[in-house]
Write a protein that binds this ligand. Structure first.
Ligand SMILES: C[S@@+](CC[C@H](N)C(=O)[O-])C[C@H]1O[C@@H](n2cnc3c(N)ncnc32)[C@H](O)[C@@H]1O
Length: 436
């Protein structure tokens, strides 16, 4: 049986996910905002859960239809072949969202869709009461411009939860975002990776897993494993097969290495624990170090990091000083490649070098840019100056994304050259407030 498989992802990572899906053998791959859909069988559903590094979930597309009234919403769901997936004893909770549509009340939509599913399944199974004691089949609805899509989740816990990061530090980057950035930076089997702000070690762990071909889902289970079967195909058997294959695929002979540094001893220990749990400790070294003391003897390396940026004015100023310090210490080794994610509009001015390329990404709901330096960077124009006395309201960095904004972004902001460098220790943002 061929399914239409649908994977939501973070905005900005669609093309990376599409590439992953093609490499896995997914067919008829289609990209839309925050989502990639493709065709595949039950084995592909299993593979996608196990292998996709940038997908948030793997869902089956059950159907889509137009609805601008509750009657249409009910009728559309009632007509879908839910019994193909949901058994008489299965639990089938419903959740979802609506955007730019006539039907705006999520609780009402939820309740109507549930009633329609109960009616359809009740008639098929000739029962009037559902005990819902069986495995969970989470139904997800999306309503966009009155177009309803009904999906069935197969992942259970979100795919960013790999199983190696039970606790995190204050502002960890999401594993799926880290994996996307690592792929954009073309981290591979022979990369020497450095994260000078490693926090809980997400880039280090994800980088090593990518380089060693370790499936990101190898250390966890998935919602659909509890279903036993999908239209007669044993999922347990498929998961067993694919896990065995994934274990056999792990490459321990790669020359990949990773170094992580952080000023916070707690973060250093956390990163060590996490890379150990991820099974990649052998190729990762983590040490306590202030960015001001950064140096490396590596002839060629890729630096990937998400430095702090702060939310309150004082923290923002401290973060700005850190960017200046980064510019100074990295400048000594211009041959390195840097990939830095930040929401700060003036990052390049503070860092002292224009990026070769930028990419818009969302860290959660925060609009960011990935500043990519892989050809030596671009000298900054001295023409445009940034007001150093901005108030928080002038400050676009850390702006919250609202769906109604669409995906337009303010332009890149380049200003004058390198500024005065303060002590990075002084520049360390307060640990009290959230950073990302
Ligand atoms: C946004 S977090 C990085 C999160 C990390 N990518 C993760 O996944 O957990 C920024 C990190 O920078 C560290 N940091 C702050 N000031 C620093 C400095 N001067 N030198 C080195 N690390 C610093 C913080 O301790 C924090 O762990």
């Amino acid at each position: 049986m061929v399914y239409q498989i649908s994977c939501p992802c973070l905005f900005g990572l669609e093309s990376v996910l599409a590439q992953e899906i093609r490499a896995l053998g997914g067919e008829a791959v289609q990209v839309s905002d925050g989502r990639v859909t493709f065709l595949g069988d039950a084995q592909m559903v299993v593979k996608a859960n196990l292998w996709l590094r940038t997908a948030e979930r793997v869902q089956l597309l059950i159907g889509s239809y137009h609805a601008s009234s509750f009657e249409q919403l009910f009728e559309g769901m009632y007509r879908l072949p839910l019994e193909r997936y949901i058994g008489a004893k299965d639990a089938f909770p419903v959740k979802g969202w609506s955007l730019n549509s006539t039907l705006t009340s999520i609780p009402s939509c939820q309740s109507i869709l549930k009633k329609a599913a109960v009616k359809r399944l009740g008639e098929k199974y000739r029962i009037s009461w559902f005990e819902e004691s069986g495995p969970i089949h989470q139904l997800q609805f999306t309503i966009l411009k009155d177009e309803v899509t009904i999906l069935l989740d197969t992942s259970g816990v979100g795919l960013h939860k790999r199983g190696y990061r039970p606790t995190a530090n204050e502002a960890p980057i999401k594993e799926t975002l880290a994996a996307g950035i690592l792929q954009l930076a073309r981290v591979g089997e022979d990369t020497a990776l450095i994260d000078p702000f490693c926090g809980s070690g997400t880039f280090l762990a994800e980088g090593a897993m990518l380089a060693m071909h370790i499936a990101p889902g190898l250390r966890r289970t998935f919602g659909c494993e509890g279903w036993q079967q999908l239209e007669g195909v044993s999922l347990a058997q498929l998961f067993a097969q694919e896990r065995a294959q994934a274990v056999a695929n792990v490459r321990k002979d790669v020359s990949f290495t990773a170094q992580g540094y952080d000023i916070d001893p707690y973060a250093v220990q956390l990163a060590k624990d996490n890379v150990y749990r991820a099974g990649v400790a052998a190729c990762v070294r983590v040490e306590q170090r202030d960015i001001a003391d950064f140096s490396t003897d590596l002839p060629k390396a890729t630096i990937i990091c998400n430095p702090p940026y702060g939310e309150r004015l004082l923290e923002i100023q401290q973060a700005e000083k850190l960017y200046q310090v980064m510019g100074q210490v990295f400048e000594q080794r211009r041959f390195l490649n840097y990939y830095i994610i930040s929401p700060h509009e003036s990052f390049e001015r503070l860092f002292g070098l224009g990026a070769d390329k930028r990419r818009k990404l969302y860290n959660g709901m925060i609009r960011c840019q990935l500043f990519m330096y892989y050809k030596g960077g671009v000298a900054l124009s001295t023409a445009k100056k940034t007001n150093p006395h901005r108030t928080p309201s002038d400050f676009a960095a850390g702006e919250r994304w609202r769906p109604s904004e669409g995906r337009t972004h303010s332009g890149d902001h380049m200003g004058k050259g390198r500024g005065v460098v303060g002590s990075a220790r002084d520049a360390r943002p307060s640990k009290k407030g959230p950073q990302h």
